[in-house]
Design a protein around this ligand. Structure first.
Ligand code: UAG
Ligand code: ATP
Ligand code: API
Ligand code: MG
Length: 487
């Protein structure tokens, strides 16, 4: 049990009806999950408005309600607290409820369109290898030292974040690396957390269904850096045209990294092969197991962050060379006939382009590059023709298929992707709605030395159709099909 006014510490309050000294049980933002003596926080969401469920929450036993608008009738014995922003209030209350665990951990947030999972996961790996107790909050999974938990979001809701940070403090975790998505920032899921550092990767086209304009998307990302404390570091990529914009108004200590422009931390690619990159970081050369220019940026950001967190430069270089690629990010296997199949989570125009360019840069002859790709349903529709055009331009054959159609008709999505294909590339493309059949067709088409890219789902283990998630794992399916077809 906690006292309501303790949980409300630092929440700007506009009005109160009732007693804030009441004991409360848990915090809750979904009326359907409220139990006796809980606090219900009413959130205005995308689909509905929590204010509509205040009565239901009280009926289920809520002893206090946090809202932006007082209900027209109040129930005796229930405390109503009016605030300007319930999203922010929930986040601050969640931190207080769990005893502000982020203060006791060195928490680093990674934001940007692409590269968040890669950087956060590899920083986790690096600090684990350096002997520390470490936590990770990522799209793929949550880790508390070596114990794994299922991730539901890239940046979970504030109650979940603080629950895990609390668990981490109990397990002695010293560093935690977390992804900070633009949805997470916009919905204030990270408000009230005490960050030791923030890292910006890049900003390209994504989520323009949610943020409406690119400027709004950029400003949401920037607000993460605006909120960092003076004691934190803000590390940004100055090769990205919004890199300096991100740190314009931050009070945190500013640091930059880049391959092309001037920066505090610089690297150069000396070699780029299927089995890794040879990088020159500062005056030192290091082989890493990841591939592609985009991973040179990721590696440099990891190097800089590790040094800023106090690790010794040479040790960081040694550890960098040991890091393995993240599940579903340029994961590949080579089958009989030297056919290479690559599974990659590229689901944005920029990441798809990067991955295809990387593959093209390691192609040695006339081998085909067969790409299997789709676009998610109920997500940014403007990505579809752009990704269609990129896939067709940079591959020798493309099979358009489904990627989590959700509530949309997969053939309509495929049609929108096809609309972007330039006429001279029409003949390279075909469409097979069933993703497994599409992968199978690619495996059948592939000849000696060819390369197959299966893009968009990476580590995902399901295909979501009409609200139902059925088992689906690109890597396992491709591997099984390849074995069956080539035995
Ligand atoms: C669009 C979006 O981001 N939605 C997130 C948001 O939901 P919401 O607040 O808009 O929910 P809503 O359905 O409108 O309901 C409003 C409020 O009424 C409450 N309610 C509703 C019904 C009821 O009977 N009683 C009740 O109290 C709800 O609990 C909610 O508090 O807040 C919820 C709690 O934090 C999230 O679970 C939910 O994520 C949905 C499931 C989702 O798919 N989000 C994706 C887009 C997302 O967040 N992705 C990013 C990564 C993107 C990327 O970078 O690639 C992520 O960080 O994962
Ligand atoms: N620094 C980078 N710049 C551009 N593309 C990248 C970069 N790092 C990774 N990618 C590409 O983007 C894909 C997704 O990478 P990653 O999962 O690390 O990004 P993310 O930001 O976590 O994505 P999400 O928003 O879905 O959580 C990779 O599979 C790769 O194709
Ligand atoms: N975090 C991203 C992941 C997209 C992955 C892709 N496979 C899809 O389902 O669209 C999103 O929710 O938009
Ligand atoms: Mg991610």
């Amino acid at each position: 049990m906690s006292i309501l006014k303790d949980i409300l510490y630092k929440v700007p309050i506009d009005a109160v009806t009732g007693n804030t000294s009441v004991s409360v049980n848990a915090l809750c933002f979904d009326s359907r999950e409220v139990s006796l003596n809980d606090v219900f926080v009413a959130i205005r969401g995308v689909e509905s408005d929590g204010h509509r469920f205040i009565e239901a929450a009280v009926h289920q036993g809520a002893v206090a309600v946090i809202c932006e608008e007082m209900p027209s009738s109040v129930v005796n014995g229930v405390t109503y607290v009016q605030v300007t922003d319930t999203h922010a209030a929930l986040a601050i209350m969640a931190s207080n409820y769990y005893g502000n665990p982020s203060v006791n951990i060195r928490l680093v947030g990674v934001t940007g369109t692409n590269g968040k999972t890669t950087i956060a996961t590899l920083l986790y790996q690096l600090f684990r290898r350096a002997g520390f107790k470490v936590g990770l909050l990522s799209t793929v999974k949550v880790l508390v030292n070596d114990k794994e938990y299922k991730a539901t979001h890239t940046t979970p809701d504030p109650l979940t974040i603080n629950y895990y940070l609390d668990l981490m403090t109990m397990e002695g975790v010293e560093y935690c690396f977390m992804e900070v998505s633009s949805h997470g920032i916009a919905q204030k899921r990270t408000t009230g957390l005490h960050f030791t550092g923030g890292i910006f990767t890049n900003l390209t086209h994504d989520h323009l269904d949610y943020h409406k304009t690119f400027a709004e998307y950029r400003d949401v990302k920037k607000s993460f850096f605006d909120q960092l404390p003076k004691s934190a570091f803000a590390l940004t990529n100055t090769d990205d045209k919004n890199g300096l914009v991100m740190i314009q108004n931050t009070v945190a200590k500013k640091y930059t990294y880049a391959l092309k422009s001037y920066a505090d931390y610089r690297a150069k690619i000396l070699e780029n092969q299927l089995n890794g990159l040879l990088l020159k970081i500062g005056d030192n050369e290091v082989w890493v197991k990841l591939i592609g220019q985009f991973n040179a940026y990721n590696m440099l950001a990891i190097y800089a962050a590790a040094v800023l967190l106090g690790l010794e430069e040479m040790e960081v270089l040694r550890l960098l060379s040991e890091l393995d690629s993240v599940q579903g990010r340029f994961q590949y296997f080579i089958s009989e006939g030297k056919i290479t199949t690559i599974i990659d989570y590229s689901h944005t125009p920029d990441s798809l382009k990067n991955v295809l360019e990387t593959i093209n840069s390691i192609r040695t002859g006339n081998e085909e590059l067969i790409t299997v790709v789709g676009c998610g349903g109920d997500r940014d529709k403007t990505k579809r023709p752009v990704m269609g055009a990129i896939a067709a331009a940079l591959s020798t054959k493309v099979i358009f298929t489904s990627d989590n159609p959700r509530t949309e008709d997969p053939d309509v999505i495929i049609g929108e992707m096809e609309k972007g294909v330039e006429p001279q590339n029409f003949k390279k493309t075909l469409s097979i709605t069933d993703r497994k059949q599409a992968i199978k067709a690619a495996c059948q088409m592939a000849k000696e030395n060819d390369i197959i890219l299966v893009a968009g789902k990476g580590h995902e283990t399901y295909q979501e159709i009409n609200g139902v998630r059925r088992d689906f794992d690109d890597f396992k399916i491709a591997e099984t099909l390849m074995k069956e077809l080539r035995k």
